[in-house]
Design a protein around this ligand. Structure first.
Ligand code: GTP
Ligand code: MG
Length: 196
């Protein structure tokens, strides 16, 4: 994908705040701090289009970005950050679920998982849930650069078997080395073409 332009559109918490549902959309989902915002910046070759932070839970709104004037990236707030009060966790969950279940322009989700952490029930639930709503999901293992090549392979397999999937179902990714960037674009392009 040749990214000519990438621009912030707006932030939202509820449907009345979403931009008009016109262009195809891709949402980025995953635990807090897994690297969602960094991955978007890597895809669009920008350092700071999306704010990143070493403090988990930094992205608390649904942020929409226009790419090339032809499709939209949606950075969703991360789940699973322990230090957030229960009430806030519930409202985040509702905000994400409302978006994923109601957004008719959503063409796919990218589910990010840290390669160092074996996927747990949260990820199983999300994958089942995408299936239920027939939302195509692309699975990405982030922060691959934290491991040697050999350890990457071991953990890649571990993550796959934890979800009853095969290693081919995942893209290993690094925002630092840009590993997996082209593969991820290829998958997104296939979903875009299916849409035409
Ligand atoms: P929330 O918005 O809090 O849900 O987090 P996020 O998923 O958007 O994560 P973000 O992109 O802000 O990254 C969190 C931290 O991980 C930052 O300190 C990033 O620099 C770091 N990080 C993200 N991706 C990578 C990666 O591929 N490799 C390494 N080594 N660090 C990364
Ligand atoms: Mg973020």
């Amino acid at each position: 994908m040749h990214v000519k332009s990438a621009e912030f559109i707006k932030s939202a918490v509820k449907p009345s705040h979403y931009p008009e549902a016109v262009l195809p959309e891709f949402a980025f989902v995953g635990r807090s701090n897994v690297g969602k915002s960094s991955l978007i910046n890597t895809l669009v070759n920008r350092k700071r289009l999306v704010k990143t932070s070493s403090t988990p839970g930094r992205t608390q709104l649904i942020n929409f970005f226009d790419i090339n004037g032809t499709f939209t990236f949606v950075d969703l707030p991360g789940y699973g950050y322990a230090k957030v009060p229960k009430k806030v966790v519930k409202s985040w969950g509702d905000m994400i679920e409302t978006f994923l279940s109601q957004r008719e322009t959503l063409k796919g989700v990218v589910l990010l998982m840290d390669i160092r952490r074996t996927p747990k029930q949260d990820e199983v639930d999300l994958i089942n849930w995408f299936d239920h709503y027939s939302i195509p999901a692309i699975l990405v293992l982030t922060k691959a650069d934290k491991f040697s090549k050999q350890k990457q392979t071991v953990h890649h397999k571990k993550c796959a078997s934890a979800l009853d999937l095969t290693p081919e179902d995942f893209i290993t990714f690094s925002s630092k080395s840009r590993l997996g960037k082209d593969k991820l674009w290829n998958k997104l392009e296939v979903l875009l073409e299916n849409n035409e």
